[in-house]
Design a protein around this ligand. Structure first.
Ligand SMILES: Nc1ncnc2c1ncn2[C@@H]1O[C@H](COP(=O)(O)OP(=O)(O)O)[C@@H](O)[C@H]1O
Ligand SMILES: [Mg+2]
Length: 268
């Protein structure tokens, strides 16, 4: 038990997220509370992939954003190596934000279209205090581009001038450059062609083996989540309704909601 507790990188403890939504103007009602996540508890261990699967709107992105520090929970808390992120010093919090990176569905949308890929990759390096000078940065950037399977020529291109798959590889490179412990992958392959999807998931797996990073892999596609993940959480309407080892959940789903997700993945 003690061993297990030691290896948790991230813990979400009973996190709940309420959004205040403005009601339709005709009804006259001003504000309403919408509960997107209803008390989620889970742990992410060193070197593992935790999958989060559920229908669109089930709260997956909200959970990812909360554990990565992009949003605050309404209740509950997030621990990074056992420390509540609310109790961190500025330095500790900056380190946590650096060590927990994101990859999103739309890599082009997550990059400033006015900057070349080389600048986009340089920016996080410069702010994270990882390199001494521009030359050292360039060397790291080149190594990383090759590692994610990109030609060095992409450095001089703008995000709009490369394919979606190439752009997602560049986004992976950007996330890796600051040496994260965790990458939250939020629907990282959903916008890509089927053949490219396989390349990207295999790249993520290969990088994980070499760099010992942990992933939270979020997708509506239970097939992709099972392929990537050691353990999965099934999310329905803001609640974790099923959890377990990926293979076991796929072979022996307990909930009809999970069965439905599996069926829809296979008829696609
Ligand atoms: N900023 C927001 N304000 C109000 N409602 C939101 C906001 N963000 C998400 N929601 C709602 O919360 C629910 C969960 O959203 P999300 O976490 O994005 O789900 P998923 O990623 O599983 O599709 C959805 O019903 C969505 O409309
Ligand atoms: Mg989402």
């Amino acid at each position: 038990m003690k061993e297990k507790m030691k290896s948790n990188i991230i813990s979400a403890v009973n996190i709940r997220k309420e959004y205040i939504v403005k009601k339709h103007f005709i009804t006259g009602k001003t504000k309403e509370k919408y509960v997107a996540v209803k008390g989620a508890t889970f742990h992410l261990k060193e070197g593992e992939t935790l999958g989060i699967v559920g229908e669109s709107g089930s709260g997956k992105s909200t959970i990812g954003e909360i554990v990565g520090g992009l949003q605050k929970p309404t209740y509950g808390h997030v621990l990074y190596y056992g420390k509540n992120i609310k109790d961190m010093s500025i330095g500790e919090y900056e380190n946590y934000r650096k060590k927990v990176q994101f990859i999103f569905q739309d890599p082009k949308g997550s990059m400033d279209p006015n900057y070349k890929i080389s600048d986009i990759l340089y920016m996080p390096l410069a702010t994270a205090n990882i390199v001494k000078n521009k030359k050292e940065a360039e060397k790291l950037i080149d190594e990383m581009l090759l590692r994610v399977g990109l030609d060095l020529k992409v450095k001089n291109k703008y995000p709009g001038e490369i394919s979606g798959g190439q752009c997602q590889r560049a986004a992976i490179a950007r996330a890796l450059l600051v040496r994260p412990k965790v990458i939250i992958c939020d629907e990282p392959i959903s916008a890509l062609d089927l053949s490219i999807q396989a390349q990207i998931v295999n790249l993520l797996k290969e990088l994980q083996k070499k760099l010992n990073i942990s992933y939270i892999f979020i997708s509506h596609d239970i097939g992709a989540v099972n392929y990537m993940s050691d353990r999965i959480l099934v999310l329905n309407n803001g609640n974790i309704v099923e959890r377990g080892k990926a293979k076991e959940v796929l072979l022996n789903p307990k909930q009809s909601y999970t069965k439905k997700l599996i069926e829809s993945a296979f008829i696609r």
